[in-house]
Design a protein around this ligand. Structure first.
Ligand SMILES: Nc1ncnc2c1ncn2[C@@H]1O[C@H](COP(=O)(O)OP(=O)(O)OP(=O)(O)O)[C@@H](O)[C@H]1O
Length: 272
């Protein structure tokens, strides 16, 4: 024990301070750049004002602020609900338990999707394909157009053809089947996503922020291929790079290095 003034500071105190500091640091990193940071500053501000008011003996203001802080815990859960969901999702994901549950996507599904991506990238057909890994995405599927179809390049190209009724929104692939089209995804509020990306790309990032999914996006404007996962977007992928990413993420280990195909002229860039 090291005496600090009238306090005894031991190894247990040091460990506690260290853990709390780490939690606060990661919490700050977590909410940095989001709306939650302003809300957190607001809460800290009320706590400081309350301490000052209490020290000055201003009992009425102190009473009002205390009532506000009394509901603070509930308010924190309501205000930070998206961040808490994200945090729990990330904790669960970091355990890597999902590798025991992910059924490995068959080689043919990746081939079909790659084939469709190559064609849609060339023809500048906008597409948004969500691979539900351990997330069921049932709420999205329920409000989309339900299907139960084999993953097939021609079918994907037909769905996203802008002259067909189902082209708007996202296709969901779950358990190696196309389970829905025209699904609406939550839009990411991440301020780090460049303004060159519109709602299709923001929706791709949005769904990965709270779900264990892999998303493929083809830009209608540029034909650019992007992927989103874990709340970040990687844009300007070549077909070869897309295959590597899909094989790494969706289960298959063997990488075919002889793949030839569309090579994006855009440099690959990562956002988020
Ligand atoms: N929340 C959403 N969920 C699913 N699909 C969406 C969502 N928002 C937009 N989209 C799809 O994106 C299309 C509009 O894309 P927009 O041009 O705004 O985005 P973008 O990121 O610039 O994509 P692009 O490069 O293809 O133009 C819509 O027609 C719709 O198909």
């Amino acid at each position: 024990m090291i005496p600090i003034g009238f306090l005894e500071f031991g190894i247990k105190d040091f460990i506690e301070v260290f853990i709390i500091a780490m939690v606060l640091f990661y919490l700050y990193r977590w909410i940095r750049g989001t709306f939650a940071i302003q809300a957190a500053v607001g809460l800290v501000f009320i706590i400081i004002i309350n301490a000052v008011v209490s020290a000055l003996g201003l009992s009425t203001i102190n009473f009002i602020l205390r009532r506000i802080l009394d509901v603070g815990v509930l308010a924190v859960f309501i205000i930070f609900q998206p961040e808490i969901r994200k945090l729990l999702y990330s904790l669960g994901q970091n355990t890597n338990l999902d590798r025991f549950f992910v059924s490995s996507s068959s080689e043919s599904i990746i081939d079909e999707v790659i084939d469709a991506a190559r064609a849609m990238s060339h023809s500048k057909t906008g597409a948004l394909i969500v691979f539900a890994r351990t997330s069921s995405l049932q709420d999205l599927v329920d409000v989309g157009f339900k299907l139960d179809a084999r993953v097939n390049s021609e079918l994907l190209q037909t769905i996203f053809n802008k002259h067909t009724p189902l082209h708007d929104g996202a296709v969901v692939i779950r358990n190696n089947r196309i389970v829905a089209a025209s699904c609406y995804l939550p839009i990411s509020q991440n301020p780090n996503i460049s303004t060159v990306f519109g709602t299709r790309h923001r929706a791709a990032v949005g769904i990965t922020e709270t779900n264990n999914v892999f998303v493929l996006v083809i830009s209608e404007e540029t034909g650019r291929i992007s992927i989103a996962r874990n709340g970040s977007l990687t844009s300007g992928l070549t077909i070869q790079k897309l295959r590597i990413e899909m094989e790494e993420t969706l289960g298959k280990q063997k990488i075919d290095d002889e793949e030839v195909g569309f090579s994006s002229t855009q440099a690959e860039m990562k956002i988020g």
